[in-house]
Design a protein around this ligand. Structure first.
Ligand SMILES: [Ca+2]
Ligand SMILES: [Ca+2]
Length: 189
């Protein structure tokens, strides 16, 4: 069983953008000029390729990943990380959206999650790919948009990381007590 997330294993296609370029974007996104980018400011700046607002849960996940001081938003020095994170995901999404439909369907998701080489991929059953699509398909199209695709990968990675901590011999099986199970879940919810 292999675990590593597609994000970690993703090819680095982008050279780091320069500070002036990032500063201009930061200022445009920081609408109230507070010096930090809030959830709603980031949400407004992001597009999932449809006319619906970007998934607020994905926005929250991204902000909390880079908001080191827990101030409810990201400052300019944290913004470079956010920018890179999102552009890396965009590249992955475009790469695996093979038919350029703007959505990732079940087969494309399978390619994405298993397509990063033998040791760097998820190995999941056909049935579980259906479950993933059903769970993260917010627009009820039978496939996932960009924001929901990111969320799917984030959740899968979090759950896998927790499982992996208990799966010390890495055979894909764990035995946990009721309280260990609760602790596992509390790490995620
Ligand atoms: Ca702001
Ligand atoms: Ca597609």
């Amino acid at each position: 069983m292999a675990y590593n997330s597609p994000y970690r294993a993703a090819p680095q296609v982008n050279a780091p953008p320069d500070q002036t370029f990032l500063w201009n974007i930061f200022q445009r996104v920081d609408k109230d000029r507070s010096g930090t980018i809030s959830d709603s400011e980031l949400q407004q700046a992001l597009s999932n390729g449809t006319w619906t607002p970007f998934n607020p849960v994905t926005v929250r996940s991204i902000i909390s990943m880079f908001d080191r001081e827990n101030k409810g938003g990201v400052s300019f020095n944290e913004f470079a990380g956010v920018w890179k994170y999102i552009t890396d995901w965009q590249n992955i999404f475009r790469n695996y959206d093979r038919d350029n439909s703007g959505f990732i369907d079940k087969n494309e998701l399978k390619q994405a999650l298993s397509g990063f080489g033998e040791t760097q991929s998820y190995r999941l059953s056909e049935q579980f790919y259906c479950t993933l699509i059903e769970k993260f398909d917010r627009q009820r199209k039978g496939q996932v948009a960009f924001d929901d695709f990111i969320q799917c990968c984030i959740v899968l990675q979090r759950l896998t990381d927790v499982f992996r901590r208990y799966d010390t011999d890495q055979d894909g099986w764990i035995q946990v007590s009721y309280e260990q199970y609760l602790s596992m879940v509390f790490n995620i919810v």
